[in-house]
Design a protein around this ligand. Structure first.
Ligand SMILES: *[C@@H]1O[C@H](CO)[C@@H](O)[C@H](O)[C@H]1NC(C)=O
Ligand SMILES: *[C@@H]1O[C@H](CO)[C@@H](O)[C@H](O)[C@H]1NC(C)=O
Length: 179
């Protein structure tokens, strides 16, 4: 049971932080198994790349098939990591998304940090599962969100729009067929 106080606090937090979702994706149990990231309004497509294997420097695109999509790991930092031997992080370069190696200095650069919040963090049946639906992926400390409307080019990072549709993704457990 969510108290009214909690709801008011969350609403205030969302208003002051400029975050457009309502809940963090539930990452319990998916620290190692990973997730797929699917543009909410593009049934059948996933964040991935145009080609495989995915290597450093490739673009993160939003309309890839399952075979061209890595399993992502979202850590509490929060970074969006891949399960490859050399961890490649979703990285914002010039407001476009690319796969780049993690920093070796031990400090995560700002362009690899993301704030993720979702409209719902449970299945339509009401069963709590890892992940979330209608999630915005916001460049940490900015008012910019990843937009998912670019089929083959690197995904752009532009101003978040509270009622914009192209900025939303669904985050599903990696072993679940998201379409
Ligand atoms: C990315 O994930 C890999 C595989 O789980 C892990 O070994 C690596 O430490 C992670 N890197 C970061 C920066 O989280
Ligand atoms: C998060 O997901 C786990 C299953 O992995 C579930 O047991 C837990 O209740 C969920 N938490 C919330 C707050 O929904």
């Amino acid at each position: 049971m969510v108290s009214l106080f909690t709801i008011v606090s969350v609403a205030l937090t969302l208003t002051t932080s400029g975050v457009f979702g309502q809940c963090p994706p539930n990452l319990t149990g998916i620290a190692t198994s990973g997730v797929s990231i699917q543009p909410s309004l593009s049934e059948g497509f996933l964040w991935g790349s145009e080609t495989t294997p995915i290597v450093a420097g490739l673009a993160v695109t939003g309309q890839s098939s399952r075979g061209n999509s890595p399993t992502f790991i979202i850590t509490p930092d929060p970074v969006i990591n891949t399960t490859f031997t050399i961890s490649l992080l979703v990285t914002n370069i010039g407001n476009q998304l690319f796969y780049q190696p993690a920093s070796t200095t031990g400090t995560t650069p700002a362009n690899q940090l993301w704030d993720i919040s979702c409209l719902t963090c449970a299945t339509p049946e009401g069963q709590a599962i890892p992940g979330g639906s209608f999630c915005s992926v916001q460049a940490h400390g900015t008012d910019n969100c990843v937009q998912n409307d670019d089929p083959t080019e690197p995904l752009p990072v532009t101003t978040c729009i509270a009622d914009g549709v192209s900025q939303f993704v669904d985050i599903n457990p990696g072993d679940e067929v998201g379409f």
